[in-house]
Design a protein around this ligand. Structure first.
Ligand code: UDP
Length: 452
């Protein structure tokens, strides 16, 4: 920290949230990491899905109007582009006013200055406001860094670069993904891509929730094309272990249930905060779990099946088959604690990036059923690049589910996957120790902040 007339001047960072669970978690974790490095933290967030300030007494929270509900934007997972565009449009003026007010206050309190603004990559409007007010802006990526390749590699070069991609990236089948992205992009999609690329280009840095060893090839390609430095501080939740960031109430009873289970015996099943399933899929999952004979902890979030609580769809006879003790169903779990529990030996996931990092950093192998967006790329990383998971066929069928659970958790065919998962856990720990890549990257970030 600098000195002003012999007194220490402290620095404040302003962090801007995109208000959905998979984005709120990493941003609040990053805030906790940066707070531990000595920064004061202000979180600016849309009114929609406001985080609970009492869980973070050290941060200042400011909400800004977002008009999301009033503008009639769909909240369905697949309609995220309209939502992103609406938030970027509606939040710009209130955010600018709010930041100007904070800068005015700064002048009255010379012992604290705003050092920079860190924003979720979906809230890209922030970069232009930060530029306008002369503040450095940092683009926070809560997804795999590889997703950035679709932005930073020039469009005219993407096809040939992805075709001749180096072997480490081959399992991601980027060329195939590019073809599906490029097929009839809507005007809204084009607008979002262009604006988000502009933000990346003028940012002072990219803060990625990933690790160097995990995405080595993607990161070196990004660094070839992006002028902004890339800081890899992931997995954020391991550097900020103690903060609760859930919007839904976590049911902690499942931890006492896990305490009674044998080591590595339980399959944890959860499809995150946005994915949805059909009624028939719930029935197939239920019978697959029941027939696998494996203990299970299953998250059935209200809305997982559209317009339903979900639990009423569990078929007759399921409870008799499972008995009172082999299975536990909750609406929302303390997932990071669950995955770190000794009893958990496998995770059936939709492959959201947070879930992916939370699982691999605990050495838990995965069954993968991606539902939309970047989850397909994450699945390819998990199953075909890192080889710590098994892809579940997209059409769910109880017999195949039962077989996949057995392979992942118990059979000899799954042993290599289980060993590989433990190897990635060890590498994760190394990244997070003194001299490891994530801690070194955090040091580089703070050095850069001091030099601005
Ligand atoms: N999560 C949780 N409890 C649950 C299910 C999910 O706390 O029962 C958390 C999980 O730990 C993760 C986030 O919700 O941090 C989901 O993010 P992810 O990127 O995996 O998927 P998304 O919900 O964005 O699709």
């Amino acid at each position: 920290m600098e000195e002003v007339q012999g007194e220490k001047q402290s620095s404040r960072l302003v962090l801007v949230l995109y208000p959905f669970q998979g984005h709120i978690n990493p941003m609040l974790q990053l805030a906790t990491i940066l707070h531990a490095k000595g920064y004061s933290i202000t979180i600016i967030h849309p009114e929609f899905n406001s985080p609970n300030p009492s869980n973070h007494p050290h941060f200042t929270f400011i909400s800004i109007p977002d008009q999301l509900v009033e503008s009639g934007v769909s909240l369905a997972p697949g309609d995220f582009i309209d939502r992103v565009l609406a938030l970027n449009k509606n939040c710009t003026a209130p955010f600018q006013k709010c930041l100007e007010r904070m800068l005015d206050d700064d002048q009255k309190h010379p012992l604290e200055r705003i050092a920079g603004v860190v924003y979720d990559c979906f809230m890209y409007f922030v970069q232009a406001v930060a530029d306008d007010l002369g503040l450095p802006g940092f683009n926070m990526r809560p997804t795999a860094a590889a997703i950035l390749l679709f932005s930073v590699v020039p469009h005219t070069e993407q096809e040939s670069i992805f075709e001749s991609q180096i072997s480490e990236l081959q399992p991601l089948e980027l060329k195939q993904m590019l073809t599906s992205f490029s097929m009839n992009p809507s005007d809204n999609m084009k607008e979002m891509r262009a604006a988000s690329l502009n933000a990346i280009r003028s940012s002072s840095g990219i803060i990625a929730n990933t690790m160097e060893f995990l995405e080595h090839a993607a990161l070196s390609m990004i660094r070839q094309y992006s002028p902004a430095p890339v800081f890899t501080l992931g997995p954020f939740h391991k550097l900020a272990p103690s903060c609760s960031t859930s919007i839904l109430q976590e049911d902690a009873h499942c931890i006492s249930w896990l305490d009674k289970q044998a080591p590595k015996s339980v399959i944890y099943v959860s499809f995150g905060s946005m994915a949805s399933l059909s009624k028939q899929e719930i029935v197939e999952i239920a019978w697959g779990l029941a027939n696998s004979k494996q203990p299970f902890l299953w998250v059935i979030r209200p809305g997982l099946v559209h317009g339903s609580e979900g639990t009423e769809l569990i078929p007759d006879g399921f409870r008799q088959k499972v008995g009172d003790h082999r299975g536990f169903i909750v609406k929302w779990a303390p997932q990071r604690e669950v995955l770190a529990h000794d009893a958990v030996g496998g995770f059936w996931t939709h492959c959201g990036w947070n879930s992916t990092l939370e699982s691999l950093s605990e050495g838990v192998p995965m069954l993968c059923k991606p539902c939309f967006g970047d989850q397909f790329l994450n699945m390819k990383y998990i199953c075909y690049a890192w080889k710590i998971g098994i892809q579940v066929e997209s059409e769910l069928e109880r017999g195949k589910i039962q077989g996949a659970i057995k392979t992942l958790m118990a059979d000899i065919q799954g042993e290599e996957i289980r060993n590989k998962a433990m190897e990635l856990k060890r590498k994760t720990i190394l990244s997070l120790t003194e001299g490891g890549s994530s801690l070194s990257s955090l040091e580089e970030f703070t050095k850069q902040m001091l030099s601005i």
